[in-house]
Ligand binder design. Structure first.
Ligand code: DP6
Length: 361
């Protein structure tokens, strides 16, 4: 590094949306590299609604790496952050700004520290804060800052080491995380199945059932499942491989009925694995179960499936409708069955037109 003074600062900013898995990732074969036991498929949401915006800055005057989330300083998530940084540093390029007299050689990045400020554009209290958008955005903005010239797929393999689901947020539209089989994890990365314009009619509604922090994190939950559930092996080896093929076909053909059937079945099997874990993990609550019933009863009365539901490691429902007409009917039903009241919390966010239907009291 041959900078004249220590006063300079370089910055880069990126925005990355979160993603919702329709075929779930649950279980690792390598905890450190974050290598999964099965492929997964997700939809990347519209960045206007659920995304992280991250600014990374580097300066010789910074004495250590620091991070702020929504304006509040947080400890840097230990090993995972360091793993991402190590991967990026090993691929960093030279940087030169003649006017400002800044020159950073590849190796120079090893001696510099970063300040990272990240904001989520969704209410943190909504309980939807996800590490997926956060790590994807962190890796993307650091790669920009450090002049890393890698294709998006390789960046996704780096983001994976921050949080598995983060690798899928590097692409828009429909994304598959291929589990890969190399020990190094190089081939465990995201690929785009179809871009965001492929199936534009789909509307995603997140019903925020509870904003409380989950008791069992995804990371420890899936570890316990791998250690104690026998169903998880059957799921990973037998069920998911064929479901992935069927889901790819449903997405390719925009076949909503098939897409909805697979999405609901996979969410239910993921939660069945959680119940098959010892001690059992309960992510859904009574309100989640009532939402499933509502959708199932509605779907049974129609010739083709109307709505898909999926639940991650928490009670909030992600509901997917094939078009606006069905979405508005779904919202009416939600309001009818879950009117504002003291018995439960339910906010429904319509993703697509920014409507916040109902605020929890
Ligand atoms: C239920 O990606 O949060 O949302 O890799 O340990 O950070 P780590 O776990 P994480 O797990 C997400 C699990 C899930 C399903 C999914 O997104 O595929």
């Amino acid at each position: 590094m041959a900078a004249e003074s220590h006063n300079w600062i370089l910055m880069a900013t990126a925005r990355t949306p979160t993603n919702i898995a329709v075929i779930k990732y649950w279980g690792k074969r390598d905890e450190n590299l974050i290598l999964p036991i099965n492929d997964s498929i997700s939809i990347t949401l519209d960045p206007d609604h659920l995304s992280a915006t991250t600014t990374v800055a580097v300066s010789p005057s910074f004495e250590k790496d620091r991070m702020w989330l929504n304006g509040k300083e947080i400890p840097l998530s230990g090993g995972r952050y360091q793993n991402c940084l190590r991967e990026l540093r090993s691929r960093a390029g030279d940087f030169e700004d003649e006017k400002r007299g800044i020159q950073i050689k590849k190796e120079g990045w090893n001696k510099l520290h970063f300040h990272i400020a990240s904001y989520n554009n969704f209410p943190t209290a909504a309980g939807l804060a996800s590490s997926a958008a956060g790590f994807a955005c962190l890796v993307f903005s650091l790669a920009k800052l450090m002049n890393v010239k890698e294709e998006l797929g390789q960046l996704s393999a780096i983001a994976r080491q921050g949080s598995g689901s983060a690798c899928r947020s590097l692409y828009g539209g429909f994304v598959k995380w291929t589990m890969g089989n190399e020990m190094s994890g190089r081939d465990s990365k995201a690929v785009q199945l179809a871009n965001e314009t492929h199936w534009e009619d789909l509307i995603i509604i997140v019903a925020v059932v509870s904003s409380r922090q989950k008791e069992t994190s995804s990371t420890s939950g899936m570890r316990e499942s791998v250690e104690t559930s026998s169903l998880i092996q059957h799921r990973a080896k037998v069920v998911v491989p064929s479901r992935i093929l069927q889901m790819e076909e449903a997405i390719r053909n925009r076949n909503f009925s098939s897409f909805a059937r697979l999405t609901c079945a996979d969410s239910n099997q993921f939660h069945a694995v959680c119940l098959d874990t010892s001690p059992p993990i309960f992510y859904m609550n009574d309100t989640s179960h009532r939402i499933i019933n509502l959708v199932e009863r509605w779907n049974r009365h129609e010739e083709t499936l109307q709505v898909a539901y999926t639940f991650d490691a928490g009670p909030n429902a992600v509901l997917i409708a094939p078009n606006r007409k069905v979405a508005s009917s779904l919202l009416q039903r939600l309001l009818f069955y879950f009117p504002p009241g003291p018995d439960y919390e339910l906010n429904s966010y319509v993703l697509g037109d920014k409507t916040i239907l109902q605020e929890a009291g």
